[in-house]
Design a protein around this ligand. Structure first.
Ligand SMILES: [Zn+2]
Length: 146
């Protein structure tokens, strides 16, 4: 989908990517192949190993930063400028996924730091309103400099 004007509206919560999960906070909507015992994100139509359709599995968004970058060019999709993206190693599933990072963490981001998934406004939608997106934020831990 190409978005090049302010008339288009992005979905507030991308369906099939992330969801609220009650007390545990947001989770990633992934897949699990019971035959191969593998997790996937996003959920594929077929397991690449056995070609069976994976079942839906909610994956924890807790992980650590494997790598990241701060993008200072004009931001697409109403994202704040600058914005940060990176690869996150998810602790529970062992998957390495690509995602947005919290804009307010820029300057404190570092490889190996713990992050957790948020599902909150980040940037603007196509109408200039706040847009709710999944992103990774530095995990609050005692001793971290803020
Ligand atoms: Zn499989």
């Amino acid at each position: 989908m190409h978005i090049d004007n302010q008339q288009d509206t992005l979905p507030l919560v991308p369906e099939g990517i992330a969801a609220e999960a009650g007390e545990t906070g947001p989770v990633l909507t992934g897949g699990h192949c019971p035959h191969c015992r593998r997790d996937f994100f996003p959920r594929p139509r077929h397991c690449p190993q056995c070609l069976q359709p994976p079942e839906e599995r909610q994956l924890s968004g807790d992980g650590v930063i494997y790598s990241y970058t701060v993008v200072r060019t004009r931001a697409p999709f109403g994202l704040p400028q600058p914005y940060a993206v990176g690869f996150i190693d998810l602790s529970q599933s062992g998957l390495r996924i690509f995602g947005l990072l919290n804009q307010s963490d820029i300057g404190r981001l570092a490889i190996g730091k713990a992050v957790c998934l948020k599902l909150e406004p980040l940037g603007l939608d196509g109408k200039g309103g706040p847009c709710r997106r999944p992103y990774f934020s530095l995990a609050e831990r005692e001793g971290d400099d803020a």
